[in-house]
Design a protein around this ligand. Structure first.
Ligand code: SF4
Length: 317
């Protein structure tokens, strides 16, 4: 395999990281780069290890994503769909294995392949009830996946109806900006393009901006000719038992949504370009003045924390 090039593309999470703390952005995207090499300097290897860290809410979300992806992949390939009980068993096993990887510090040998929980690394107290609620969230979310009408739709799809499943993709705006997307699940059904996004967190109204980017990608790919042919569904798995169909709102994306989102991407892109141009200049990246951001930052171990004074020039005051 050839050398992997360090590049950048717009994504909502990337811009959010840069805005939260530029120093954290530097550690995540530049300092950690090639930190997987045994010959890399210690600082890079440390940044790479801390970059792979997760925490209980994020980890539970990724377990649910992984199990659903596995259920769909197996179902598509073999025509046999795992039962809910099998999926829940897999979910609990993933919790047990990951927990052991984290407590046994197996990530020290292989940070990418083993779970390293911030709660263990930073020795935070997690009470038993909270741990029980995480297991419950995995079980309830998977149950919701099997019970919602969309599951039957997925089972009925033919090979050619499938468009994407958890793939990282990039596309370019017509003005040249690179955009990264990862669509959880995309398929054709009844003449429409469906794009699904599994969510294990709280119901939020702000997802339309994030999901509009998916429909821009769908149009670029030629999956749909007009926005009205695309249906985007954020699926709030953990809330399904309580909200029923309201936990799977069908969002209509309009051309106005797309224009607005393209405008946001164009206006934020220079921040990423400037950061990339300064990737070898650590002093360009200032620490946040938001001490609260540091309390949950995975890089606390190699960073003394926020600089609380706001410098002249950062605001008009
Ligand atoms: S600990 Fe605070 S200042 Fe340091 S990288 Fe994290 S968020 Fe930024």
């Amino acid at each position: 395999m050839g050398k992997i090039e360090l590049t950048y593309a717009w994504s909502e999470s990337r811009v959010r990281c840069l805005r939260e703390c530029a120093w954290k952005y530097y550690l995540t995207y530049f300092c950690a780069w090639e930190g997987w090499l045994t010959s890399a300097p210690q600082e890079k290897r440390r940044a790479y290890t801390l970059k792979q860290m997760t925490n209980l809410p994020m980890w539970v979300g990724s377990i649910v994503h992984n199990i659903i992806e596995d259920v769909i992949t197996t179902g598509r390939q073999t025509g046999k769909w795992k039962t809910l009980e099998q999926a829940q068993h897999d979910g609990v096993q993933a919790l047990r294995k990951g927990w052991k990887q984290s407590t046994d510090k197996r990530w020290q040998g292989s940070p990418k392949k083993n779970i390293n929980l911030a709660e263990h690394f930073y020795q935070e107290e997690v009470d038993k009830d909270r741990l029980g609620s995480f297991k419950q969230k995995v079980l309830v979310s998977l149950k919701a996946f099997y019970e919602m009408p969309l599951f039957k739709v997925l089972q009925s799809l033919k090979k050619d109806d499938w468009l994407t499943l958890e793939d990282f993709q990039k596309f370019q705006l017509n003005t040249g900006e690179e955009v990264a997307v990862k669509i959880d699940c995309g398929f054709r059904y009844n003449g429409k393009v469906y794009l699904l996004d599994w969510k294990t967190g709280r119901v939020s109204d702000s997802v339309i901006d994030q999901l509009t980017t998916y429909s821009m990608y769908a149009m670029k790919q030629g999956w749909a000719k007009k926005p009205e042919d695309i249906i985007i569904i954020p699926i709030y798995l953990a809330a399904y038992a309580e909200l029923g169909e309201r936990a799977t709102p069908h969002l209509d994306v309009t051309i106005q949504h797309m224009k607005r989102q393209a405008g946001i991407i164009r206006s934020e892109y220079p921040l990423l370009t400037k950061a990339f141009e300064n990737k070898d200049n650590p002093s360009y990246f200032v620490k946040t003045d938001n001490e609260h951001a540091c309390t949950r930052c995975f890089f606390r171990d190699m960073c003394p924390g926020a600089k609380t004074e706001v410098q002249e020039g950062e605001t008009p005051f």
